[in-house]
Design a protein around this ligand. Sequence first.
Ligand SMILES: Nc1ncnc2c1ncn2[C@@H]1O[C@H](COP(=O)(O)OP(=O)(O)OP(=O)(O)O)[C@@H](O)[C@H]1O
Ligand SMILES: [Mg+2]
Length: 608
Amino acid sequence: MEKVIGIDLGTTNSCVAIVENGTPTVIPNRGGYKTTPSMVAVTEAGKRLVGHIAKRQAITNAENTVYSAKRLIGRKWSSPQVANAVATCAFRIVEGPHNDVRIQLRDRIYSVPEVSAMILQEMKVIAEDYLGQEVSKAVVTVPAYFNDGQRQATKDAGQIAGLDVIRIINEPTAAALAYGFGKKIDRMVAVYDLGGGTFDISLLEIGAHGVFKVISTAGDTFLGGEDFDARLIDWLVEGFKNEHGLDLKQDRMALQRLKDSAEKAKCELSAVKETEVNLPFIISSGRSEALHLQRLIKREDLEKLTKDLVDRTIAICQSTLHEAGIEKEEVEDVILVGGMTRMPRVQEQVAEFFAREPCKGVHPDEVVALGASIQGSALLDESTEVVLLDVTPHTLGIMIVGGYFEELIPQNTTVPTARSKIFTTVRDNQSAVKILVMQGESNRAEENELLGEFILTGLRKAPRGQVEIEVTFEINADGIVSVHAKDLETGAQQSITVTATSGLTPDEIKEMIAESKEYSVERRSSEEFEGARQEAEKLLGDIGKLFPKVEEIVAGSDFGKEAIEKARGVLDRARGALERKDVDALKEQIEALQRTQRMFKGVISKTG
Ligand SMILES: Nc1ncnc2c1ncn2[C@@H]1O[C@H](COP(=O)(O)OP(=O)(O)OP(=O)(O)O)[C@@H](O)[C@H]1O
Ligand SMILES: [Mg+2]
């Protein structure tokens, strides 16, 4: 019978599971471990190593050992996150031809999905060894906060590994699935996942009939155990510098050893109150005298060094609850996921924040893979009662005239989903429109991320605003986006599936936005909008006439200057809403305009 495996492709560790006779089970690797380090290395002889054996030789082969590839997957070379990785990683990260990221191991250069594929392939082999049969299908998990490019790149990695990735699911959703599977419960749960590289918080409703509905999800793809390690490393490096005047960071090999022992010490401090980092012959002093690093670390030291990191996770929990309109008290269970949640301080702060003890009995390292395997088996075997209702973590939309961002699908909408809006041309006889597909939360297009673009040509000749174009966004169950544009009159269509990294720098994006102005679209105006427009334009005209006089009168006082600044803001926002044809925003601005007009009239009447 065909089998589907579930793979948790982690930043630091990966895990594979399968449902056997109705029971989800983690598959141990050849060494008997249930998780495998997400590390890849190439030896001097050109041999490729993956997992524990790559980790064991990392110190002596630091330059050719890749860790945390997940932090780089689907990212652009020009992103700050990549710059940060280049500065801190011992292996060589180089620029790819499309503003993408490549990794050099010995004399070969690999794309990030190729490196991730080696890890996926290892997980595939672990499963095949255990099952005694070939496996070709998998459900792979990604952080909920992964964007479209990162999801696509993860799918690509699966393909390179020879796996048909039948579904990508979010890690916290997978965790909730494993937690609620077969339990016949009906409750609201929070999943707090602090792994090696990423932090995620999700709120889910689990229904008695196997329905898992995500209410809200948020996170930080650059906040995880490695940041805790980095704090400890800096502390050790600083201490060593003070004592010996030498910077251990200048020495790749020393740095790798330090990284190793810092992580080890961090993990030990979850169980004991103090531990010692002991690294003999860490560096030579230059007078051929070898120096040792030896230092006692207390749990409190670690807690102090990383306090702001834990606080950041709690702040994200707070804002996620707030945005979802859910009170802390409504959360009936808190599930901890990720190796970092073994740290006592993390557990304490989570318990304190939610005012309840997190639930025991789920294994933080295994729960995500287990959930993926449950989803996999449910996809093959319809009798399994599992319905996953996930949400999209980002707002999706297009750029419209004036460089504004018009939302099509709001953040935290349940997927799969499809939404349409109608747009029109902005010039007479405009023959083409260019649709820039973006994601993000800013109403300025340039501040959001460009996912892709396409042009719909051959529009009929007509005055501005008369050609109607319907734009439809679709998100499938993997969270992957496709977009169509259709000329409602002629039926002409264009569509794209948003592809992996667009490979553009922020400057190039700005340039593209500028170039595509000619081909812009705008919102189709409604009667309601026309009414509001007349009112707003009248107010704008009136206020415009009063402006110079009022400005002159109040110019002397700080208070007056402030009032003028505010009024300018109101005018700008009103003009923006007009340009975007945004009815709701315009109505809001009309009220603000009316207040401004009253204020202006008051100033003038007082001074006679
Ligand atoms: N006992 C422990 N105490 C503290 N931290 C630990 C402990 N065990 C593991 N960790 C840390 O947990 C992190 C790894 O967690 P995990 O394996 O869940 O991450 P991951 O799934 O690879 O990452 P991500 O989910 O971010 O992609 C590492 O930073 C590791 O040092
Ligand atoms: Mg994880």
